[in-house]
Design a protein around this ligand. Structure first.
Ligand code: ZN
Length: 147
């Protein structure tokens, strides 16, 4: 598993962070609190999983789950604003082989069947695909083809 802060291709995107700042400031204004002192260094981690074809992570502070994307390493809960995390974002932990997981799940036509949670392996996903008659070509790292 890696956090995307460790990924060499990931860059903090100031534009998206400005949006996050505005959303968090709005949430806090609803309860009469000033905008938080933004510090984008993460405090803690959340683990990403796939639910109905979407990468999501559960908020550890409330009952919400947020959509996550592999190119953005921040977790901000729009329900609670990470208020109980001292206003700090959390790092989203994606599996190192997230592309392989996506490729395998995308072979399933119905997004309701595109689900993955750690520690499930790609081999297990492929086995499930085969058990349910999902056919396709799956490229694994190194250029080998799995059918
Ligand atoms: Zn929350």
């Amino acid at each position: 598993m890696i956090t995307l802060f460790d990924h060499p291709q990931v860059k903090i995107m100031p534009k998206e962070m400005q949006t996050v700042q505005r959303v968090c400031a709005f949430i806090r204004a609803q309860v009469g609190k000033p905008p938080p002192p933004f510090d984008f260094r993460p405090r803690g981690e959340v683990v990403a999983y796939v639910n109905h074809g979407r990468w999501v992570a559960d908020c550890p502070f409330c009952a919400s789950a947020m959509l996550c994307v592999p190119h953005d390493p921040h977790f901000w809960c729009v329900e609670c604003g990470n208020y109980n995390n001292q206003d700090a974002p959390m790092a989203v932990v994606f599996p190192a082989n997230w592309r392989d997981i996506e490729q395998t799940l995308e072979m399933r036509r119905d997004a309701r069947n595109q689900n993955w949670k750690p520690p499930e392996t790609v081999d297990e996903l492929v086995r499930e695909n085969n058990d349910h008659g999902v056919r396709g070509i799956y490229m694994i790292p190194g250029g080998k083809v799995r059918r």
